[in-house]
Design a protein around this ligand. Structure first.
Ligand code: HAS
Ligand code: CU
Length: 555
C-alpha cells in the first residue's frame, strides 16, 4: 500500500467467524471471475478469426463457453462480491456485528446455487446464455441454481436490515450513517427488482424444464419478465461500485465527499428509476406497444441523471484530494492523485472507462439508434465498459484493501497490481473500440465468427482489435490473480489495513426539513412500486399468455 492509504482504526472489529465467511463468500466471486475469463479470451479471439476452443478440454461448443462466461462473470462474480461487501459496509458504518446465521446462510445458498449452475453448464445441459431466453431450454438445475443465487442476495439484505433495525432502536431520531444507507438502499432496490425473475424462474421456467405446461412456453412473456429484472440488475451490479466510489474512494484519494444529502438522493433515484425501464432491451420485440416502449425510454434517460450526478460527486472528491496534495491549475490535481495506490488506481481507471460506457448506453437507449446497434457487437462493446470495467475493475480495486483487511495479510506486489489495472484498461479500450466499430458495420453479437459463413470484410479491423484488446484484458486479470494468490500465500502478516477507509462529507445530513424523509426507505419502496406498476401494468393487464413454443436444446 502506498503511504497515502493509511486507515485509522475506529475500534470496529467483526467476529472472526463472520470475517471468515464473508471472505469465502467473496472468494466464490473472484473464483467465478477467473473461471469466466477463459472463455472471454476465446470469444474475443474468435472475432479476430482465431479459434482456441479446441484447447478447452471437455468444452462441447461455443455457446457452452459463452454461457459459462456470462453466468460466471456477470451473475456469480457480481452478486458474490456484493453479498460480502455490502453487509461488511453496513456493519462497519453502524459499528455492529452482523447476524451470524444469516452470514452463514448467505454463503450456503450461494455455494449450493453455484454447484447446481456449474453442474448444469459443465455437463452442457444449459447452453442458453446468461439471459436464459426461452424457448432455449436448460436443465432445471440451471434455473434452480440461479434462484439460489438470488436467494443468497435476499439473505444478505435480511442481514443488513436486521442490523439496521437494531441500530435504529438504539439511535432514535438519528440519521442513518451514509455508508449504511447507500449499502442498504442498493440491495433493497435489487430485492424489489428481483421479484419478476423469481416469478419467471419459479413459476414458469423451472416447471417447464420439468415437463409442465405440456412442454410449451411463452417466449415473449418469459423474456419480458427477464428484462423486468434485467435492466435493474445492471444497477444492482453498479451500485456496490458506487458505494465504494462515494464512501471510500474520496478518503483513499485524500479528499472528501462533497454532499451527504445529494448522495442519498442519487441512491433514492436509482431505487425509483432502475426498474421501470426494462423495455429498452425490447425495443425490437413485437407484442409491446410503442407507447410503453417510449415511456420506458424516457425513464431510461431519467436514470441516466443520477449517474451524471455521480460523475460530478466523484470528480469533485478526487479534485479536493488532488488539490490537498498540492495540485494546482485546471488539471494539475489529476497528476497529484495517489497514482501509486493500486486500490484507488483500479477504481479511477474504472471511472474513466465508465464515461464511454455511459455514452454508449445513451445511444442504446435512443429508440431509433437502437435499431442500428441492437444485436450487434456494439452492445457487448457497451457492457464491457460498464459491468466489465466500471464494476469489475472497481471490485478488483476494492480487493486490494479488502482481502488484506479480511485475511490479515498485507497486499503482495503493488507494482504488479498497478500493471494489472493499466493493462486491463488499455485492453478494454482497444477491445470496445473494435466491438463498437464492427457493431456499427453490423457484426452480430452472440455469433461464433470463426464458423459464420457470412463474414464481411468490413468487420476485419474491428474483429482484430477485439481480439488484441481481449488478450490484453485477459493478461491484466491474470495478474490480478497472481497478486491475490501471492497475498494469500506469502502476504506479510500484521501489516494489513486495520480499518475500512470511510470518507467524511463536507455537507452533513440535516435533522430538520425534508431530508430526514430520505431515510424512510419503506416509503420510497412504495413509491418505486407505484412507478413500476405504471410502467408494467399496461402490458401485463392486456397481454394474453400464449404457451406456443416447445423447448429447444440446440446444443
Ligand atoms: Fe446498459 C444493454 C442503456 C448503463 C450493462 N447494458 C446492456 C447490456 C448490459 C448492460 C450487460 O437502452 C446487454 C444485455 C444483453 O445481454 O442484451 N445502459 C444503458 C444506459 C446506461 C447503461 C442508458 N449498462 C449500464 C450499466 C451496466 C450496463 C451501468 C452494467 C453495470 N444498456 C442500455 C440499453 C441496452 C443496454 C438501452 C440495450 C441494448 C440492446 O439493444 O440490446 C446509463 O445508465 C449509463 C449512465 C452512465 C454515465 C457515466 C457516468 C460516469 C461516471 C464516472 C465519472 C468519473 C470520471 C473519472 C469522469 C452517465 C459516474 C475521473 C477520473 C480521474 C482520474 C480524474
Ligand atoms: Cu438496460
Amino acid at each position: 500500500m502506498s503511504a497515502a492509504t493509511v486507515y485509522d482504526p475506529a475500534g470496529f472489529a467483526l467476529p472472526d467467524a463472520q470475517k471468515r465467511f464473508l471472505r469465502w463468500t467473496i472468494y466464490i466471486g473472484y473464483g467465478a471471475l477467473v473461471a469466466g475469463i477463459f472463455h472471454g479470451l476465446a470469444n474475443a479471439l474468435s472475432f479476430a478469426n482465431i479459434n482456441i476452443l479446441p484447447y478447452f478440454p471437455r468444452l462441447r461448443g461455443y455457446y457452452q463457453g459463452l454461457t459459462a462466461h456470462g453466468v460466471a462473470n456477470v451473475l456469480v462474480f457480481t452478486f458474490a462480491f456484493s453479498n460480502g461487501f455490502l453487509p461488511l459496509m453496513t456493519a462497519r458504518a453502524l459499528s455492529r456485528p452482523l447476524v451470524s446465521w444469516l452470514v452463514y446462510a448467505t454463503f450456503g445458498a450461494l455455494l449450493l446455487g453455484n454447484i447446481l449452475v456449474v453442474y448444469a453448464i459443465v455437463t452442457n445441459q444449459a447452453s442458453v446464455l446468461f439471459t436464459a431466453y426461452a424457448p432455449l431450454q436448460a436443465h432445471w438445475t440451471f434455473y434452480t441454481g440461479l434462484v439460489l443465487v438470488v436467494v443468497s442476495t435476499w439473505l444478505a439484505l435480511g442481514n443488513m436490515l436486521t442490523v439496521l433495525g437494531r441500530w435504529k432502536r438504539d439511535h432514535r431520531g438519528e440519521r442513518i450513517p451514509l455508508l449504511a444507507y447507500i449499502s442498504v438502499v442498493s440491495y433493497v432496490m435489487w430485492a424489489l427488482a428481483s421479484l419478476p425473475i423469481a416469478v419467471d424462474f419459479l413459476g414458469l421456467l423451472i416447471p417447464w424444464s420439468l415437463g409442465a405446461f405440456g412442454g410449451l412456453v411463452d417466449p415473449l412473456l418469459t423474456r419480458t419478465l427477464f428484462w423486468f429484472t434485467g435492466h435493474a440488475i445492471v444497477y444492482a451490479w453498479l451500485l456496490p461500485a458506487y458505494v465504494s466510489w462515494y464512501a471510500l474512494v474520496p478518503r483513499q484519494a485524500g479528499g472528501v465527499l462533497v454532499s451527504d444529502p445529494l448522495t442519498r438522493v442519487v441512491f433514492i433515484l436509482f431505487l425509483l428509476l432502475s426498474i421501470p425501464t426494462g423495455f429498452h432491451h425490447q425495443y425490437t420485440d413485437p407484442g409491446i406497444s410503442e407507447q410503453m416502449k417510449a415511456f420506458h425510454g424516457v425513464l431510461t434517460f431519467g436514470v441516466f441523471f443520477p449517474s451524471l450526478a455521480t460523475a460530478f460527486s466523484v470528480v469533485a472528491a478526487l479534485e479536493i484530494g488532488g488539490r490537498r496534495r498540492g495540485g494546482r491549475g485546471l488539471l494539475g490535481w489529476v497528476v497529484r492523485l495517489p497514482w501509486g495506490d493500486p486500490s484507488l488506481v483500479a477504481q479511477m481507471l474504472a471511472m474513466v472507462v465508465f464515461v464511454f460506457g455511459g455514452i454508449t448506453g445513451l445511444i442504446n437507449a435512443s429508440f431509433t439508434m437502437n435499431q442500428i446497434i441492437h444485436n450487434t457487437t456494439w452492445v457487448p462493446g457497451h457492457f464491457h465498459m460498464t459491468v466489465g470495467t466500471a464494476v469489475a475493475l472497481t471490485f478488483v480495486g476494492v480487493a486490494y484493501w479488502m482481502i488484506p483487511y479480511l485475511t490479515g495479510r498485507a497486499l503482495w506486489g503493488r507494482r504488479v497490481a498497478l500493471a494489472s489495472s493499466w493493462l486491463y484498461t488499455i485492453g478494454v479500450l482497444i477491445f470496445a473500440r473494435g466491438m463498437i466499430s464492427a457493431g456499427l458495420q453490423g457484426m452480430p453479437r452472440r455469433t461464433f465468427q470463426v464458423q459464420a459463413g457470412y463474414r464481411s470484410p468490413e468487420w476485419e479491423l474491428g474483429g482484430a482489435l477485439t481480439g488484441i484488446g481481449g488478450t490484453i484484458m485477459f493478461i491484466g486479470i491474470l495478474l490480478f490473480f497472481v497478486v491475490m494468490g501471492m497475498t494469500l500465500l506469502v502476504g506479510k502478516k500484521g501489516a494489513e489495513p486495520k480499518d475500512i477507509p470511510v470518507t467524511r462529507t463536507i455537507t452533513a445530513p440535516s435533522l430538520t426539513g425534508w431530508q430526514p424523509h430520505l431515510d424512510r426507505i419503506g416509503l420510497w419502496v412504495i413509491a418505486a412500486i407505484a412507478l413500476v406498476l405504471i410502467a408494467y401494468m399496461p402490458f401485463f393487464l392486456t397481454y394474453a399468455p400464449r404457451f406456443i413454443s416447445p423447448g429447444f436444446k440446440l446444443f
